[in-house]
Design a protein around this ligand. Structure first.
Ligand code: DGJ
Length: 731
């Protein structure tokens, strides 16, 4: 019976296959190969018309040919071949027990979907394979784009409803990446929460499924939509095969890492299906978010260097030449909601004196915003705090040779606001049910066209009326009661997708209308960082946790997926509010200088010595900022592994190297471990320049790359919470 069923299914796809040309195919076989960087990605149409993974890994010679894949046998009567064959995009139907890429409920009650090859188009870096259900007019264009420099693949799928009636997408992924059978895979991912984002986790991949997700309506900090898989054994930061995947979606999301019955590993990523569905009318298409995948044979460090390069060269708004992040000052930790014209002007003067390039006024400038109970939604300047509007402050900031940035939280509303009093129906809610508040605020339903227009309208007005160079776009709670009663019941769960689409639309339109304005994505810290929002924002707020020692951990976790070019890192006051830990100003600077430097301290409390030290460190940072932000990052010692931590950044042109080293505490008189640098030219001469802290006596000033990498360098670091920094300049 099983045999008969599959034989019948076979007829339709072959008919399609015969109609189209066989780009990349041998003897009429359909095998498609994408090459980029040091990576080859090969898929093929199997004998059953399914789109099957053939190879993903180190680039293979052009001369290497591939046979079209064959559908695998099932296992006894319990696992049909759909569970044992590594498909690229699988409909839920025909006895699939693994995570599907697409699950549909049709109006007649049918929920079976079996996708087979229909046609394709292929160029050197783009492959589109159209799949069709075996009987219904449901088409899925499985899309691949290969980045020629890094070998990163960008997957997505476009679902077309040509059935003549609406249907409901119950679950949809951007696609599935398959790794061949292996018992030694290890999964790496990050977990966290507010003020404790970016904790690296590691676990073996074995039977079962690990689901990383957000059900929060937005990216969230609980997990971040990025995974990395390496193999146990001979591997480290610079060696070994590593695969990684990251989702470009800022709404509820899911990445499932699952072992199939043959111990193959599948990575399926897309919007989260929990409480969500999408009513797709006839004639409409649904475009999934991008799901990126990459491979490196240069260890976990090599994997993150590839991702960083891709983000800087291909993803960020001004890629391939994103602007370097200016050194900014932010008022939040200094003044909280107590902002006013005189106070901000005084801070601006002090900020300018140490070399700050951008002055950002945070929360508190609008409506009745004196604390977090009121004002959100009323985006008019508070006349008591700024009697003449923002202009005098902005003019003052400009006169001090800085540009001006402003905090906003556009998607939120306080109950105590004119906006909520006027439009209580604009928030996410279920009619007649409680509206759970977080930080005394509710979430505006951005999926509604009127809310979309309102948010775009006030932001556009704000930017038209004021000379603002930068918006810090905050988002300080996650969803509850995500009802959308203004549309028919069967469409209400579209809210998870339509909200995010409108969010992206607003960001995109603002950027078009105000191309010089830069935007930071913040969500009470690092709660909205992903490859989706990074297409529209120039930087992200890493965490509200600004304890410079904690930051070493957070920044390391962050760096696995995201480039330091977007990683905002402020120097704040000591002892930090986070842990009551006391750290020297120099240590705090050296921690923040690993990323995009900002100052968030209360400058009103600084001594003349603090100002002098800050001036010196900011000047030093400016000399290495391009290297740190856009260079190649090497993690020399992890704070997770002991008392020490160190990173090295090598500029793209190889001319400059910046090394940061940290010591938690000395014990038993042991010296600081020798640092062995990486990524240098063995034969070139490099001159060492200490910036902070000391190298050991006897360290040469000039030496070859080979010396710095193989002999290494000793630092004279002793004590508790010590840090050092030096540069190497190629001669
Ligand atoms: C949360 C952000 O992460 C902080 O930096 C600050 O902007 C506050 N919100 C303001 O309410």
């Amino acid at each position: 019976m099983k045999h008969v069923t599959w034989a019948i299914l076979f007829l339709t796809p072959v008919a399609f296959a015969l109609q189209s040309s066989g780009g990349g195919a041998k003897d009429g076989q359909r095998v498609f190969r994408l090459n980029g960087g040091d990576v080859s990605y090969v898929v093929g149409v199997n004998d059953e018309g399914e789109l099957q993974t053939v190879y993903w890994g180190k680039r293979l010679p052009e001369s290497q040919e591939f046979q079209a894949p064959k559908q695998r046998q099932g296992l006894a009567s319990f696992d049909m071949p759909v569970n044992t064959t590594p498909q690229e995009f699988t409909g839920w139907g025909g006895g699939l027990y693994l995570e599907p890429d697409l699950k549909i409920t049709f109006p007649d009650g049918n929920r079976d979907l079996v996708l087979k090859y229909a046609s394709h188009t292929a160029t050197a870096d783009q492959l589109d394979v159209v799949m069709k259900d075996i009987s219904r007019e449901v088409y899925v264009k499985v899309q691949y784009h290969m980045d020629s420099a890094t070998g990163l693949i960008r997957r997505s799928a476009e679902i077309s409803n040509r059935t003549g009636a609406p249907f409901t997408i119950e679950q949809v992924a951007s696609g599935t990446y398959n790794l061949p059978r292996g018992a030694d895979y290890q999964l790496h991912y990050v977990t966290g929460r507010w003020a404790a984002e970016w904790n690296l986790q590691q676990q073996p991949i074995h039977g079962g499924k690990t689901v990383l997700e957000s059900r929060r309506g937005t990216t969230g900090a609980q997990n971040n939509p990025w995974v990395m898989i390496d193999r146990t054994g001979d591997h480290d930061q610079d060696h070994g095969d590593v695969w990684f995947a990251a989702l470009g979606w800022s709404g509820s999301w899911q990445i499932a890492v699952e072992q199939d019955p043959t111990k193959g590993t599948r990575i399926t990523g897309g919007p989260n299906a929990f409480d969500s569905s999408y009513l797709l009318k006839s004639g409409e298409t649904f475009q999934t978010p991008y799901f990126y995948g990459g491979f490196s044979s240069n260890g976990t460090g090599g994997a993150s260097r590839l991702l960083h390069r891709f983000e800087v060269d291909s993803l960020l708004p001004h890629a391939p030449h994103p602007k370097l992040r200016p050194v900014l000052y932010n008022s939040w930790e200094a003044t909280a909601f107590k902002v006013d014209e005189a106070g901000q002007m005084a801070l601006a003067e002090k900020a300018a004196s140490i070399g700050i390039e951008r002055f950002v006024m945070d929360d508190g400038w609008f409506g009745q915003r004196n604390d977090d109970h009121a004002g959100l939604g009323d985006w008019n300047v508070n006349p008591k705090k700024f009697p003449h509007g923002l202009k005098p402050l902005i003019d003052k900031v400009h006169s001090l040779k800085m540009d001006f940035g402003l905090w906003v939280e556009p998607e939120m509303v306080n109950l105590d606001s004119d906006l909520y009093r006027k439009h209580p129906d604009w928030v996410l809610n279920f009619t007649g049910r409680p509206r759970t508040e977080g930080r005394n605020q509710l979430v505006l339903n951005l999926a509604r066209p009127d809310v979309h227009d309102y948010v775009l309208g006030f932001l556009d007005k704000l930017l038209n009326e004021n000379d603002i160079a930068f918006l810090k776009w905050d988002y300080n709670r996650n969803w509850s009661e995500p009802g959308w009663s203004a549309v028919p019941v069967e469409q209400q769960k579209n809210v998870y997708v339509d909200f995010i689409r409108n969010y992206y639309d607003i960001l995109q339109k603002l950027r078009q209308k105000h191309p010089a304005v830069e935007i930071e994505s913040c969500s009470g810290g690092g709660g909205r960082v992903d490859l989706g929002v990074m297409q529209f924002t120039d930087e992200v707020w890493t965490s509200d946790n600004t304890d410079a020692y904690d930051r070493l951990f957070l920044q390391e976790g962050f760096s696995y997926a995201y480039t330091p070019a977007v990683m905002m890192a402020w120097v704040t006051d000591s002892p930090t509010w986070v842990n009551q830990r006391s750290l020297s100003l120099e240590y705090r600077f050296l921690s923040s200088m690993q990323g995009s430097l900002g100052i968030g301290a209360n400058l009103n409390k600084w001594t003349p010595e603090d100002f002098a030290a800050a001036q010196k460190m900011i000047a030093a940072y400016k000399t290495v900022r391009q290297t740190v932000q856009q260079g190649d990052l090497y993690r020399l010692m992890s704070p997770r592994e002991g008392e020490q931590a160190a990173t090295e950044s090598v500029s793209r042109d190889g001319k400059q190297v910046a090394v940061f080293a940290y010591l938690h505490s000395s014990t038993q008189m042991y010296p600081y471990p020798r640092l062995y640098l990486r990524g240098l030219d063995e034969n070139a001469m490099y001159e060492l320049h200490p910036v902070a802290g000391k190298v050991n006596e006897g360290t040469p000033v000039k030496a070859t790359g080979a010396y710095w990498m193989h002999h290494g360098v000793d630092l004279a670091l002793r004590g508790d919470f010590q840090a050092a920094m030096f540069t190497l300049e190629r001669q």
